[in-house]
Design a protein around this ligand. Structure first.
Ligand SMILES: NC(=O)c1ccc[n+]([C@@H]2O[C@H](COP(=O)([O-])OP(=O)(O)OC[C@H]3O[C@@H](n4cnc5c(N)ncnc54)[C@H](OP(=O)(O)O)[C@@H]3O)[C@@H](O)[C@H]2O)c1
Length: 373
């Protein structure tokens, strides 16, 4: 589809007023300026807690009116004049993490969060406001990852991996913990605690850490979900979050030397014991990746952290280099989730309420709910 073949209008899921119900609207289809592409959205995954983002409960900062959304799988429909690699028809993964071109510290999650500064707010106010819960989206060229479609989706008889394109939306769940795991330099052969490990991002973290060659101790409250994680590999151990730091530390320490800990707590885990237990179980020079969504400040075992030379590293999302490296793990088959990733259901934009409810109930290992606009 060239620029003159783009439809003049398309459908999009819009929030007019912060926290208020969404509406499907017909909106103008933009033309691609230099530096951008227009993608046709094929599959846009719904994050398990999106209902609580757009009803205001999670207090995400964003401007309205807004075409909401997140990262997605699409096809390039048209490119700006400066595109040198991407071409019409390419299967792409769009990464919603947008950075200021003149200030890489100004970051927004397109359709979701305006970030934390004046620069990022300006980004969301302007060019990169409207996201992927729509038939088309205008996105920065550098946020598109060209997918090797014949390798990823081709038939195994022809050297392909045989993924259904919609399964590739799992990249959204996996890229986030990959960013945190890379940020603390997780090495093959190391042991890492992932907690809580039973949600969508948490369970993806277990899969990714295994793919990076680590042994994983998965911590969580739900014993059934922990058992499911154990089936992934003999390199998965599990520890129940009991609310008692001493017993949690004792259970963790049974597994010997622990090198690292990825925390991916949701807002609701503000008072959970797992953070303290996991930190106290680390070896000298252990590393902690803090990726959780806690809204309030949080006590740390300061003396232990100081005495044990522990590194605490916060990470929001990931870098572009992480994206390419992760795609390499998927394309080479080092991380193989063909049997694991299950599309629970696909929805039309008009079905957004049902879709958000379904996503909230299916945030477990390998599960994905999505829009196919
Ligand atoms: N830093 C980043 O770039 C980044 C990016 C994306 C997401 N995040 C954050 O990651 C968080 C986790 O995402 P998620 O997909 O795993 O899903 P989620 O739906 O936000 O959280 C569900 C997970 O949290 C556990 N949980 C809920 N309440 C808890 C409590 N009171 N104590 C202990 N555990 C509790 C659940 O355990 P049960 O199974 O026992 O219910 C489940 O494992 C998100 O909330 C978000 O804030 C961060």
């Amino acid at each position: 589809m060239s620029t003159d073949a783009l439809p003049p209008t398309h459908k999009a899921l819009v929030q007019e007023v912060y926290g208020e119900p969404l509406i499907v609207k017909t909106v103008p289809t933009p033309q691609p300026p230099p530096g951008a592409a227009i993608i046709k959205i094929l599959y846009a995954p719904i994050i398990s807690y999106m209902r609580d983002v757009y009803n205001g409960k999670r207090k995400y900062p964003y401007l309205t009116p807004l075409v909401i959304g997140t990262s997605a799988i699409g096809r390039v429909a048209a490119t700006g004049s400066d595109a040198v690699l991407l071409k019409e028809g390419d299967l792409v993964y769009f990464d919603c993490t947008i950075r200021g071109r003149d200030d890489s510290g100004a970051i927004i999650l397109m359709g979701l969060s305006q970030g934390f500064g004046e620069g990022s707010k300006k980004l969301m106010e302007g060019e990169w406001r409207d996201c992927t819960f729509a038939e088309f989206a205008k996105v920065p060229l550098e946020n598109l990852l060209q997918l090797d479609e014949s390798r990823l989706c081709g038939s195994p008889a022809d050297g392909g991996l045989g993924y259904a394109p919609e399964q590739l939306t799992w990249i959204l769940q996996a890229m986030v913990p990959y960013g945190g795991l890379r940020s603390i330099g997780l090495q093959a052969g190391e042991t890492i605690i992932v907690a809580p490990a039973t949600g969508a991002f948490g369970s993806a973290a277990v899969v990714v850490a295994l793919g990076m060659g680590a042994r994983v101790i998965a911590m969580g409250r739900n014993s059934e979900a922990l058992e499911q994680l154990k089936t992934l590999s003999p390199r998965v151990e599990t520890v129940q979050i009991t609310g008692d730091v001493q017993s949690e530390v004792a259970s963790l320490k049974k597994f010997g030397r622990i090198d690292a800990f990825l925390d991916i707590s949701p807002t609701e885990a503000q008072n959970s014991t797992h953070f303290k237990s996991a930190v106290l179980s680390l070896r000298h020079e252990g590393r902690v990746s803090m990726m959780g969504g806690l809204l309030d400040d949080f006590p740390i075992p300061y003396r232990f952290v100081m005495r044990s030379n522990i590194t605490l590293k916060g990470t929001w999302m990931y870098t572009r280099a992480d994206c390419q490296a992760f795609l390499g793990l998927m394309t080479t088959g080092v991380i193989d989730v063909r049997k694991l990733v299950q599309v629970v259901e696909m929805f039309k934009l008009e079905e957004w309420e049902k879709a958000f409810d379904m996503a909230a109930e299916h945030g477990r290992l390998g599960q994905i709910v999505m829009f196919a606009p």
